[in-house]
Ligand binder design. Structure first.
Ligand SMILES: Cc1ncc(COP(=O)(O)O)c(C=O)c1O
Length: 396
């Protein structure tokens, strides 16, 4: 198949992309327009929790598409209620609002916290977020994010997101004033380079929030739905957040997110929140199939086995090449390089023949690994040996 340059020219330019068109995917493998196969450790940026084109999601969506796609959010539909019940039953949250993306779920969390602040905290509206955090690309979620440079690109920012430092409690304490309504964080900062908030830190944040009457919001868009080896990452610390957002893995590739909240925080009144696609039965059916796969007996045990295998393999690679070790939780991991050749490794891995390897370098000195949760032991070994070969080539 020829590369379609006129098609490229018709798309708005938003990022630099290799001249590859992916035409099909199955499990941990993708195939491009030339028939070349790639072992995919990016999986749509931790989106395809069950790999490419998982049969259970295809089946659920086919069945649902033949029944009902969107009756409008002004009416109930059974799949959205069934998925909401699954999520509330498996978490500390009482109610769910479905969204079409992670950014939209976080935007909803921000609105909910501000509304709660208006009603319960004399109009307090500031949400403390963190340096290097990533919460999405809407104006409010970009303002909430601590990505360097994002404070000026679309200035002026949405007001009210003072930034603290992750794993530094004093930096949070110093920002609290009578306008503060919430603390919002990723349990593991993903885009920042896979930096976990420690268990003690999560517990201390909960305590601090309670002392000051603040909400604790966890952005589990990347860490939720089994990615860290538990269904939700907040479970590792045993804290009870007030609000949680989900997306990415919950839809296994289709646009689905969720804003989950405890009952006493559910203060939206009619008209405050909505959207014509929100909670449509087609996406909810996909979400149910994903939820049932991830919560099936033994599934998360296997995720934890694969995580250990990946961690051990990355440590061995690190030792062999004089790198700086690895870190992460579950199947969200990073290899810390000893030099800034992450992008060269990613490019050479992709261009490798006969089979390519898709990796991500969120920083020049770091590689991030976010495979399908059902990647096999053999595929992890294959990835490690391909990576070893590529590092050898890049480093001459
Ligand atoms: C922690 C976190 N929050 C929010 C988002 C935004 O999600 P989406 O791209 O679905 O809007 C991302 C995406 O990478 C993320 O990692």
């Amino acid at each position: 198949m020829k590369f379609d340059q006129s098609g490229v020219d018709a798309l708005m330019e938003i990022t630099s992309r290799p001249e590859l068109v992916f035409v099909r995917g199955h499990g941990s493998w993708l195939e491009d327009h030339n028939g070349k196969r790639y072992l995919d450790i990016v999986q749509g940026w931790a989106v395809n929790s069950l790999g490419h084109c998982p049969p259970e999601v295809i089946k659920a969506m086919n069945t649902q598409a033949n029944l009902l796609i969107n009756p409008s959010p002004a009416f109930y539909n059974q799949p959205s209620m069934d998925l909401a019940k699954r999520l509330t039953g498996a978490s500390c949250f009482d109610r769910v609002f479905f969204t079409n993306s992670g950014a939209e779920a976080n935007e909803g969390a921000i609105k909910l916290a501000r509304k709660w602040g208006q009603l319960k905290r004399n109009g307090a509206y500031k949400i403390i977020t963190f340096d290097h955090s990533f919460h999405g690309r809407t104006l409010a979620t970009m303002s909430a994010s601590g990505k360097p440079g994002w404070d000026t690109i679309f200035a002026p920012q949405v007001d009210g997101f003072p930034k603290a430092r992750l794993n530094d409690l004093d930096s949070v304490r110093a920002l609290i004033d009578d306008q503060t309504v919430a603390i919002m964080l990723e349990p593991v900062q993903g885009e920042a380079g896979v930096i976990p908030a420690s268990v003690e830190y999560m517990q201390a944040l909960r305590k601090l929030a309670d002392e000051h009457g603040l909400l604790l919001i966890v952005d589990e868009v990347q860490t939720g739905m089994g990615r860290t080896g538990t269904l939700f990452a907040y479970e590792h610390s045993g804290v009870t957040p007030d609000i949680m957002t989900l997306a990415k893995g919950i839809g296994a590739g289709v646009p689905l997110g969720a804003l989950c909240a405890r009952q006493d925080v559910c203060v939206f009144v009619h008209g405050d929140q909505g959207g014509t696609y929100n909670g449509n039965p087609l996406m909810a059916a996909a979400g149910i199939a994903v939820f049932d796969a991830i919560t099936a007996p033994g599934f998360l045990d296997t995720v934890n086995d694969r995580a250990q295998q990946l961690s051990k393999g990355l440590l061995a690679l690190s030792a062999k090449w004089g790198m700086k070790g690895e870190r992460g939780v579950g199947l969200l991991r990073a290899l810390m390089l000893d030099r800034d050749d992450g992008v060269d490794i990613v490019n050479m891995a992709r261009d490798r023949a006969p089979e390519g390897l898709l990796l991500n370098a969120p920083r020049p000195s770091l590689l991030r690994f976010m495979p399908a949760l059902n990647i096999t032991a053999q595929e992890i070994d294959q990835m490690l040996s391909m990576l070893d070969e590529i590092v050898g080539k890049v480093r001459g």
